[in-house]
Write a protein that binds this ligand. Structure first.
Ligand SMILES: [Zn+2]
Length: 161
């Protein structure tokens, strides 16, 4: 099985060139979804977000371009079942955590053993985002807050601006 990789971008003025957008001083937001296919909330939220951006007055797009990977782990998404995520209060059927080669892609960002990670690295370097969001969903674990944001270490941030 081959994992297919698709992304979409939303930008003012139909400019979809990362180099052009950076030269105009736009901030690039890259959103990744479906690294774990049993966690569909980010997929749904990102598609709604893109729809909202396209149908609104696009104020956010004046200074920002948004690139969305709607479903990173397609291979895992096609391996569907009902019961691999204990305690999940979500869809009756969903994809499996591993990709088509049964790799947990969330553990492959550094080694890049999977074709998924190699494709992701190319897109990440092509878009060179100022902000990157990787969407996950809990499986019913009891957290204090509905959303957790783990910020990048300040000393690791890009100093180009
Ligand atoms: Zn996850």
């Amino acid at each position: 099985m081959v994992d297919l990789y698709i992304y979409l971008s939303v930008s003012e003025g139909a400019d979809f060139s990362p180099e052009s957008l950076h030269s105009k001083g736009k901030t690039i937001l890259l959103i990744n979804n479906g690294i774990h296919p049993g966690e569909p909330c980010g997929i749904d939220a990102s598609l709604k977000f893109a729809e909202d951006l396209l149908s609104s007055e696009k104020k956010l797009l004046k200074n920002t371009a948004v690139c969305i990977i709607p479903f990173y782990n397609i291979g895992g998404g096609l391996n569907r079942s009902c019961c691999s995520r204990a305690m999940q209060n979500g869809p009756q059927e969903y994809g499996f955590r591993g990709n088509a080669q049964n790799r947990d892609l969330n553990r492959d960002f550094i080694k890049c053993d999977s074709e998924n990670a190699k494709a992701f690295a190319k897109i990440y370097h092509q878009w060179n985002p100022e902000v990157f969001v990787d969407c996950h969903t809990t499986n019913g674990s009891d957290f204090q807050y509905g959303m957790s944001i783990i910020a990048t270490q300040k000393d690791k941030l890009n100093k180009r601006r």
